[in-house]
Structure formats: structure tokens, C-alpha cells
Design a protein around this ligand. Structure first.
Ligand code: LMR
Length: 333
């Protein structure tokens, strides 16, 4: 299992898109990588930048990677269709964004399914977890690696201490029916929305709250337009680095092998830092004046009691065996 380590993480400046835009030479295979976060203060953004840096240095003459961050090429709601059209070659949408292609990933959205990203990592490394990477090949998509972000927290324009505080509020959710059900279980009104639209929607009151990781709340500055963030750790955001089966299989064998090796190494290196990046983001939010609310064990249990019944609704999609496998791994953490 890949170890998670804490390390210092420098706060850098936001860079303009497209980042890591290499000058591709004639004859090089151009690899376009699209994602929705910043490049330098986010587990995914940093990983994509490192991937491009290594591909462009080590595969010079054979391949060249261009990274398009900050939703500058595609939002997550359209990137997978664009990939199937051959307009983009790699992306790393969160596991909540594969609904149109598989219902199996709903496992990862079930509230309180995993107690840490270490548990997620261990499950993904198991036979059942790893098999999910190839679960969409018949739909034309191939998962190459899982990339980590972190645990989700709730934020809103009012203090959230008990589940009743969320009642009647409008919450932005990723395009996942599990997340819709989770918010409905709280008596809240969920609204599916692209990541790039969330800040504006919170600012103008189109929605009252949202759920996300520290790195996303910091990177998108959601805390600026929220009353505070409640440390619930109620779910996870994790990614699948995905490509199209057709494009991948058309690559010359040596290119595919080298790219796969670099990607695996970048995955190991950056997944080990995902926790630290989120911790640094959390500290940055506090330093910038954001309010973070901690729950007592009794208060947190109220959120568990309110949201966990959602599991039953999705057991048919996810499989009772998968839930059991995930829980067994979780219990051993
Ligand atoms: C979201 O839409 O909130 C996240 O999936 C964005 C991301 O890529 O982390």
C-alpha cells in the first residue's frame, strides 16, 4: 500500500491556463490533459504538472503533454465525452463524475464509507478496488491510476453544527445521485453544478453551501463567501486518471509503456503528499481569516445518523459485497 506522509507544502501563485504548455515538435504524439483545479496548491493540479514535466523531459521526441487546468479546456461534465471524440486524451475527474458510465463508483460517494484517504488507498489497491479501473472499457474509457485528494467538509452561509442546521438550505453537489440523496437525507436542497461555477453561486446566493476538501475550499476561495467550514470528514474526493481505450491502444507499445511507468511513479509520489497538501490548505484558510468549526463526537454522530441510511438506497448499484469489502478494509485502518 502506498504510504501517506506529511510534508511541508509551499504556497505558490496561481498560474494562468494553459499550464505546462510544451512546444510540441513535429512527429511527437500530443497528449492533452484537461482538469479543473489550480496547478500548484492542489493534489491533482500538482500531480498533473509533474506528469507533464516528466513526460516532456523524458519522452522528448516521442510525445509531448499539454496541461489545461482551471476548467480552461473542459468542465468535468463534458470532458469524458470530449475524450471519446478524441479531442482530449487524459483527465482526472473525481469519482463522482462517472455516473453516466458506471454506477459502481457510487461506493466512493456514500457518506462515512471511508474514514481516511489511507483507507480509500487500501481499498483501491485490493483486487476488487483495482478492478474498477477497467469497469468502463466497454463504454470506451480506461482508468489508469487513482489520484487522491482528501476528506470532504461542509460549508454554508450559516453555522453548521447539527444536521438540522442544513435543513432547507441549498447545497451545490457534484453530479452524483448519491450526493443528491445525501443532501436530501439532511432535508437540504441539492443542486448539481460544475466546479467552476460554485464560487459565483455561493457569492450570489444561488446556493447556500457546498461540500469539498480543504484544498478545493482553499484553491477556489469558497471560505471567502461562506460563514464557516465545519470539519465533518463525512466523505471523500478522489480521482481516476482516465483515457480513451481507442487512443491508449493506438499508442505505439514503447510510448504506452513509458507513459504508464511515468504515470505510476507520479501517482506514488503525489498520492503520498495529498494529505499534506490538504493540511497546508486548511492552515492557509485559517491564516486568511476563514472560520473552521470542530464537532464534538456526539455532534458528529448526529451527522452519521442522518446520512448513513443513504447506503441502503444504493446497495443495489454498488453491490453489498463491495460495501462489505470496503468496510472490512476500513475497519483495519
Ligand atoms: C468538485 O467538482 O467539487 C471536485 O470534483 C473538483 C475537483 O476536481 O476536485
Amino acid at each position: 500500500m502506498r504510504a501517506l506522509m506529511i510534508a511541508a507544502m509551499a504556497t505558490l501563485t496561481v498560474s494562468a491556463a494553459p499550464a505546462a504548455m510544451a512546444a510540441c515538435d513535429d512527429g511527437e504524439i500530443v497528449i492533452k490533459f484537461s482538469h479543473v483545479t489550480n496547478t500548484d496548491r492542489h493534489p491533482k493540479g500538482i500531480a498533473a504538472s509533474l506528469l507533464a514535466e516528466r513526460v516532456n523531459a523524458e519522452m522528448d521526441g516521442k510525445a509531448c503533454m499539454e496541461v489545461f487546468p482551471n476548467s480552461s479546456l473542459y468542465n468535468d461534465d463534458v470532458v469524458l465525452e470530449a475524450m471519446l471524440q478524441g479531442d482530449v486524451h487524459m483527465a482526472a475527474p473525481s469519482l463522482s463524475k462517472f455516473e453516466k458510465f458506471t454506477k459502481q463508483f457510487r461506493l466512493f460517494d456514500l457518506p462515512f464509507m471511508f474514514k481516511s484517504i489511507r483507507a480509500v488507498d487500501a481499498f483501491q489497491s485490493s483486487e476488487a478496488g483495482a478492478a474498477l479501473k477497467t469497469s468502463m472499457t466497454r463504454r470506451g474509457l480506461l482508468g489508469l491510476e487513482f489520484w487522491h485528494n482528501g476528506m470532504k467538509q461542509f460549508s454554508a452561509n450559516v453555522p453548521l453544527i447539527t444536521p438540522e442546521d442544513a435543513e432547507g438550505l441549498k447545497f451545490r453537489v457534484q453530479p452524483s445521485d448519491v450526493l443528491v440523496a445525501q443532501m436530501e437525507a439532511l432535508g437540504a436542497n441539492p443542486q448539481k453544478m460544475a466546479f467552476s461555477e460554485v464560487y459565483g453561486a455561493l457569492q450570489t446566493g444561488v446556493v447556500d453551501g457546498q461540500e469539498n476538501t480543504w484544498s478545493n475550499i482553499w484553491g477556489q476561495k469558497f471560505f471567502e463567501v461562506q460563514d464557516g467550514i465545519t470539519e465533518t470528514n463525512h466523505g471523500i474526493i478522489d480521482y481516476l486518471v482516465v483515457t480513451s481505450v481507442d487512443w491508449w491502444e493506438d499508442l505505439p507499445q514503447d510510448v504506452r509503456d513509458q507513459l504508464g511507468t511515468i504515470l505510476a511513479e507520479v501517482t506514488d509520489t503525489r498520492n503520498a503528499e495529498a494529505y499534506a497538501v490538504n493540511l497546508a490548505a486548511k492552515e492557509s484558510i485559517v491564516e486568511a481569516g476563514g472560520t473552521i468549526r470542530r464537532l464534538t463526537p456526539e455532534q458528529r454522530q448526529q451527522w452519521v445518523d442522518a446520512m448513513k441510511p443513504v447506503w441502503e438506497q444504493f446497495e443495489g448499484d454498488v453491490g453489498a459485497d463491495m460495501i462489505a469489502a470496503a468496510q472490512e478494509i476500513n475497519a483495519g485502518m
